[in-house]
Ligand binder design. Sequence first.
Ligand SMILES: C[S@@+](CC[C@H](N)C(=O)[O-])C[C@H]1O[C@@H](n2cnc3c(N)ncnc32)[C@H](O)[C@@H]1O
Length: 138
Amino acid sequence: MIEIAKKKVNSANVIFSTGDITKGWIYSDESADLVTCNLVLEHIEELSFIFSEASRVLMKGGQLFISELHQFRQYKGGKANFQIDKNIIEIEAFLHHISDFFNIGKNHNFILENFQEWWHEQDKNKPPRLVSFLFIKY
Ligand SMILES: C[S@@+](CC[C@H](N)C(=O)[O-])C[C@H]1O[C@@H](n2cnc3c(N)ncnc32)[C@H](O)[C@@H]1O
């Protein structure tokens, strides 16, 4: 994915790095204006550390954007998976309620600026597929 991203983005101010986000992040305090996590946090057991590091590296007024598989899907057993040949492999996942994101964010100097639920066009009258949160660090 990083190789694909590198082909799409070549601005001089963009640096690609990889790491385990459950360990201390390599970025300096108040060095970023955006932290974005897409379909990652369901694989992380302890959200407080992630919000704590995001709060540390973001400038005041910086944005934390999170999108996740919607909890309604998770309550029904939905999990991220991939397929090798005909075998479906599920990835370890942890359930975080919508209120967990809100309350943990509040504990780390974030206010929730926007909250959205996303339906695929094939999902009429079904639970939403994704949920997203836009937090602002105050
Ligand atoms: C379902 S994929 C989503 C990938 C991509 N963000 C996207 O939206 O298409 C889950 C991603 O979470 C990443 N991930 C899981 N645990 C992680 C951790 N502790 N630190 C960093 N990344 C992690 C995996 O490497 C994987 O790329």
